[in-house]
Design a protein around this ligand. Structure first.
Ligand code: TYM
Length: 350
């Protein structure tokens, strides 16, 4: 059966990039899949946030999931740390993953910067924990933005090496399933998870610099739209967004070399569930002075109801806490089964 898992880190404000690249897709997958959506608070510890802020940000990501339209009765919403199996499986995966694999992770290189010796071990091992998040549920599909692609390839590498290293034992215990790896059919325990990275919003860029990703951690607040922004903030940020001076082209070829224009067209396409081609069909030839107010109007129409629902939910967090506790219980039951299998496979007595 197909099962969807994804997660968002509770660090700083959620941005329009998180919404369009991830959360909006989470909502869309609910009708066709069993979904598990996690607030990855253990991952947030890699940057040592203030404890109060971490708790607040954890509730705020859960509020965003709910406000965006995730049905918490049909699907599972919880925070990672309450299901201890994630950390336990991450340890097993730390013993599967190779230093060389993790050394190649571009996100680690970016976040660690020049002072590698001073980076935390947690930051280095971050992708093992991410693989554990996904594989604790043997999830088959993971919706994410483009920046997580490399981590998902590593997740497949870990699953494949685990299946391979323990193949005899998996067979002996009868715990494997037949799966296709390239042209071969193999018997494995963990599925090779497929990333779901598609549509017009795989990589939303900064509003100030079309070569940088829109990010929670960019020092300039004008570079991003936060899910907590007011309507006026959103309008102002789009009005001031960096662009060139040419009008919009009438086809996507005309966007070549125009990173900022490409980004704004992509944002409108993602907000309206359409393609850049269609946006340019409708708006080609317009000046930014005409296009930007339209984009702002659409962004406000979609983001503002989410913002106000998040605010309402955050005003009394008891409902959010109840959702997280209930989701955590359901997630635990599933993850416990996986870990019981994994303990038998690797030889840990219980
Ligand atoms: P995080 O918290 O940085 O981002 C959450 C999701 O938002 C997407 N995203 C974007 N998409 C498009 N344009 C952008 N500018 C943009 N910025 C962020 C990210 O790709 C992501 O999908 N390691 C993950 C969290 C994680 C996870 C997991 C994800 C932990 N365990 C298991 C999937 C499965 C992260 O730091 O995402």
């Amino acid at each position: 059966p197909e099962r969807v898992f994804s997660g968002v880190q509770p660090t700083g404000n959620l941005t329009l990039g998180n919404y369009l690249g991830a959360i909006r897709k989470f909502v869309a997958l609910q009708d066709t899949h069993d979904c598990i959506y996690c607030v990855v608070d253990l991952h947030a510890l890699t940057i040592a946030p203030n404890p109060q802020e971490l708790m607040n940000a954890t509730r705020s990501v859960a509020a965003a999931y709910i406000a965006a339209g995730i049905d918490v009765k049909k699907h599972i919403v919880f925070n990672q740390s309450r299901v201890h199996e994630h950390a336990e499986l991450a340890w097993v995966f730390n013993c599967i993953a190779r230093m060389g694999w993790l050394n190649r992770m571009t996100q680690f290189k970016e976040k660690a910067g020049k002072d590698r010796e001073n980076a935390s071990v947690g930051l280095f091992a971050y992708p093992s924990l991410m693989a554990a998040d996904i594989l604790a549920y043997r999830a088959t599909h993971v919706p994410v933005g483009d920046d997580q692609k490399q981590h998902l390839e590593l997740t497949r590498d870990i699953a494949q090496k685990f299946n391979n290293d323990y193949s005899a034992r998996i067979k002996e215990l009868g715990l494997g399933v037949e799966m296709q790896v390239g042209r071969e059919t193999v018997n494995g325990y963990f599925p090779l998870t497929e990333p779901l990275i598609g549509g017009a919003a795989t990589r939303i860029m900064s509003l100030r610099d079309g070569s940088k990703k829109m990010s929670k951690s960019d020092p300039s607040d004008m570079s991003r739209i936060n899910l907590t922004d007011t309507e006026d903030d959103i309008a102002k940020k789009i009005r001031k967004a960096k662009t060139d001076t040419e009008p919009l082209p009438s086809d996507v070829e005309g966007l070549a070399g125009r990173a900022e224009a490409t980004n704004l067209v992509g944002i409108l396409a993602a907000l309206t569930d359409t393609t850049p081609e269609k946006v340019l069909n409708d708006h080609g030839g317009k000046a930014f002075s005409e296009f930007k107010p339209h984009l702002a109007e659409v962004a406000i129409e979609i983001v503002s109801p989410i913002t106000s629902e998040m605010r309402r939910l955050m005003s009394d967090p008891s409902y959010i806490d109840q959702v997280l506790a209930n989701g955590g219980e359901r997630a635990s039951a599933m993850a416990a089964e996986t870990l019981s299998d994994v303990r038998q496979i690797v030889g840990l007595i219980k």
